[in-house]
Design a protein around this ligand. Structure first.
Ligand SMILES: Cc1cc2nc3c(=O)[nH]c(=O)nc-3n(C[C@H](O)[C@H](O)[C@H](O)COP(=O)(O)OP(=O)(O)OC[C@H]3O[C@@H](n4cnc5c(N)ncnc54)[C@H](O)[C@@H]3O)c2cc1C
Length: 236
């Protein structure tokens, strides 16, 4: 069962888009669904979606993409208050594709991070998004840090992080000539990517699958529908 949040009851005073059933709008959305007409100035939206996702950062866009690929018959909208997508945290992070070494073994975070990194590399390759799998060295510079480094290495192995190696002083220097340390974890699965680019690609996938993205659309209030309207999948 997918929860259905149906009505955006005039709460979005700054909405630029209006959902229309006619010809495709300037954004090139797939046909057969409500779609935003980009660039138009409209007073309020009274259309409905089966699901709306508030926030066009990477989390919202990845969720929207995953949902529409699994449930293509649902009408799904992403509402973003800014004029562009992914301009907040997603567009201002360090761009690291984390390997998943730090998380508690068996935790969801550990599983998601290890699996997510592999999926992200695959996705970037498919879509031609630039990334660099540059790897990372986690270095113990004091003797007393070595047991903690070894424990971290064991954790990484338990989490299934690929390619981990414990390396000694001379190998650290070979890999990173300016790095000094007693022992290091060589973590070749770590990389870097522009997450905004990834997020925009998710948005494109979502729109190509029929989803609607509305920018300049700040959600200021949410109301739960009292009953399932006729098109709700709960009622089907
Ligand atoms: C300093 C720093 C460095 C980081 N480095 C990394 C890293 O190297 N690797 C990594 O994987 N992660 C990193 N992260 C974490 C990562 O950036 C976040 O987990 C991720 O970007 C969160 O995405 P999000 O979509 O939840 O948030 P956001 O990208 O902030 O998206 C939220 C969106 O919701 C919109 N919004 C908010 N309220 C409303 C509303 N009422 N109506 C409509 N829209 C609304 C906002 O405008 C925004 O676009 C870092 C985080 C920080 C702070």
């Amino acid at each position: 069962m997918v929860p259905a949040l149906r009505y955006l009851v005039g709460a979005c005073g700054r909405a630029r888009g209006l959902f229309a059933g006619g010809s495709p709008g300037a954004c090139g959305f797939a046909s057969g669904r409500p779609r935003p007409l980009c660039g138009g100035s409209r007073s309020a939206s009274t259309s409905s979606f089966d699901i709306v996702i508030v926030g066009g950062g990477i989390v919202g866009l990845a969720s929207a993409r995953a949902l529409i690929l699994r449930h293509p018959s649902l009408s799904i909208g992403v509402l973003e208050k800014e004029k562009d997508l992914a301009v907040h945290q997603t567009g201002h992070n360090s761009g690291v594709i984390h390997s998943g070494i730090y998380y508690k073994p068996e935790s969801l975070k550990a599983k998601l991070c290890v699996q997510g990194a592999a999926l992200l590399y695959e996705y970037c390759q498919q879509k031609g998004i630039s990334y660099k799998q540059c790897g990372k060295l986690i270095v113990a510079v004091e003797q007393e840090e070595i047991p903690r480094l070894q424990a971290l290495y064991e954790k990484g192995l338990q989490n299934g992080v690929p390619g981990l190696r414990l390396i000694q002083q001379e190998d650290i220097k070979k890999k990173e000539p300016y790095c000094r340390g007693l022992m290091a974890i060589d973590c070749p699965h770590t990389g870097i990517v522009d997450y905004r680019q990834v997020a925009l690609s998710f948005a494109q996938d979502f729109q190509e699958a029929g989803g609607s993205v509305l920018t300049n659309f700040e959600v200021k209030g949410i109301e739960m529908a009292k009953e399932s309207p006729s098109r709700s999948i709960d009622a089907e």
